[in-house]
Design a protein around this ligand. Structure first.
Ligand code: SF4
Length: 481
């Protein structure tokens, strides 16, 4: 069967507000997201009936991730040494361009023009499929959700369930139109069978399989892969060459660090006590073995992670195990969906990680896409203080570019507006002194009738701001009389 080549749609993250506005008007999509998020929230809650056990596990997970990050450079060196000793070839990439060039070189060296991919958000981050397509190499997603969005020429809208925005009817139509010979059916089992056959027919032709990595164990030189469909196992064992790609933060120190993180990941992500498959990859096929890849490569990508690592507060971003729970519980994500963000990682985790990957100047609206309700921080299995980091990034975005900080972010001061900065300075001056504050609030209540009905962007979606008829001090004084 001839591989299908799909057009990809790229979405610059700068247009977040326009996309969010458009998404809010799409009631069908809002209903789909709301239903899916409610379902996932309930599944997660059912996995953690005992709050004390959940909190103890979160403390353990947080401690493991913080310990591993505190030793990140040395753990990466150990990982490289252990993997190399087992015959895995380790490659370092500082940028997406370098990672793409390394992978393309490996595919060309393997003599192939077809890559079968397991789920990998890092490969989405570097836009690998697009890069390979430009060089005549076809990459086919083998995870069913990824396959669906690839067929549709879209990007994933969720890091765990890439096609969560699609209805069954839309998937049925898509398969019927794009998969040769597929009948029009909305039967879920039949749809999965159609997708599986289309993908599995390609395995004999593919010289290269590509996968992500959930945990890379430094102690043993083991790459752990969590999945439900068995496609990850096929991509990493059937083709002659297996290329794994991951961010540098995914390294853990000991094999014993994996079970608690795995438990937190699967229960938080899909509400499963364990996934159907858990793969541990320890090297290429050895002499005398009958199957397995002849070569295994690991590409370790930085792409802004070192910048987050250098900052003591923002380093917490790297604790993430990509469970997606923060997205599932975010009222903004549930309403606008993943595509509105225009980034590989949407939702709260995307808002705190994307500025490192793409620069704050390109993502300055994302940290503001939060009501700061705190749900993301409360459900995060490794206790990343997401609301605090959102506030920090908001501050960085409006900081004057020339204001020196110890670790300036890429694109810092992206939203700096000298007029707005002047307004906030005046605001701070008024609030810093009790006498000034009382005088200004007294005056504001008396002049409330002069407030304009239209107040720039504020009144596009909200009612106009108007001071109360009496100040708080006046009301308290009245009560005490
Ligand atoms: S930030 Fe926390 S909740 Fe969100 S994806 Fe990462 S680990 Fe999961």
């Amino acid at each position: 069967m001839k591989p299908i080549v799909h057009k990809l749609e790229f979405m610059p993250s700068r247009e977040f507000k326009a996309r969010a506005h458009e998404a809010l008007g799409n009631t069908g999509q809002r209903r789909s997201f709301r239903g899916a998020m409610d379902f996932l929230q309930a599944k997660r809650a059912a996995q953690f009936p005992d709050t004390a056990e959940l909190e103890a596990l979160r403390t353990l997970g947080e401690g493991i991730r913080q310990r591993c990050l505190s030793k990140l450079p040395e753990l990466l060196e150990t990982l490289e040494a252990r993997l190399t000793a087992k015959g895995v070839q380790v490659h370092w990439a500082e940028t997406p361009e370098q990672a793409n060039a390394i992978i393309r070189g490996l595919v060309v060296a393997a003599g192939g023009d077809l890559v079968l991919k397991g789920k990998s958000m890092v490969s989405e981050e570097i836009e690998l499929n697009h890069h390979l397509a430009e060089h005549g190499i076809t990459a086919i997603e083998s995870d069913m959700g990824e396959y669906i969005v690839q067929l549709a020429g879209e990007k994933p809208s969720h890091i765990v369930m890439p096609a969560v925005h699609k209805t069954r009817a839309q998937i049925a139509r898509l398969f019927h139109e794009k998969v040769p010979g597929a009948p029009l059916t909305e039967d879920v089992d039949a749809l999965i069978r159609i997708g599986r056959h289309a993908i599995r027919d390609l395995y004999p032709q593919a010289k290269v399989g590509l996968s992500g990595v959930n945990f890379a164990v430094a102690e043993t030189g083991t790459l752990c892969l969590v999945e439900n469909e068995g496609n990850g196992r096929m991509c990493t064992t059937v083709p002659d060459v297996h290329i794994a790609i991951t961010g540098i933060e995914k390294v853990v120190e000991f094999l014993s660090d994996v079970p608690p993180l795995y438990s937190l990941l699967t229960r938080s992500a899909t509400g499963q006590p364990v996934t159907t498959y858990f793969n541990m990859i320890s090297g290429p096929r050895r002499d005398g073995e009958r199957d397995g890849p002849k070569q295994v490569h690991l590409v370790l990508l930085d792409n802004g992670r070192s910048q987050a690592f250098a900052d003591e507060q923002l380093r917490a971003t790297l604790q993430c195990i990509r469970c997606g729970a923060c997205m599932n519980h975010c009222p903004v994500y549930a309403r606008v969906g993943g595509h509105a963000y225009g980034t590989t990682y949407p939702g709260p985790i995307g808002a705190i990680i994307s500025p490192h990957l793409l620069g704050l100047q390109n993502t300055k609206d994302l940290p503001t896409a939060s009501s700061l309700c705190g749900a993301c921080g409360e459900v995060c299995p490794v206790r990343i203080p997401i609301p605090d980091l959102l506030l920090r990034l908001r501050e960085e975005a409006v900081r004057a570019p020339d204001q020196s900080v110890s670790h300036p972010l890429k694109g810092q001061g992206a939203a700096h507006d000298p007029h707005l900065a002047g307004v906030w300075r005046l605001w701070a001056w008024l609030h810093a002194n009790p006498l000034r504050y009382r005088a200004y609030t007294w005056l504001a209540t008396r002049l409330r009738g002069l407030m304009p009905r239209k107040q720039l962007g504020w009144t596009l979606h909200r009612i106009a701001l108007k001071p109360a008829p009496k100040t708080l001090q006046e009301r308290l004084a009245e009560r005490q009389r």
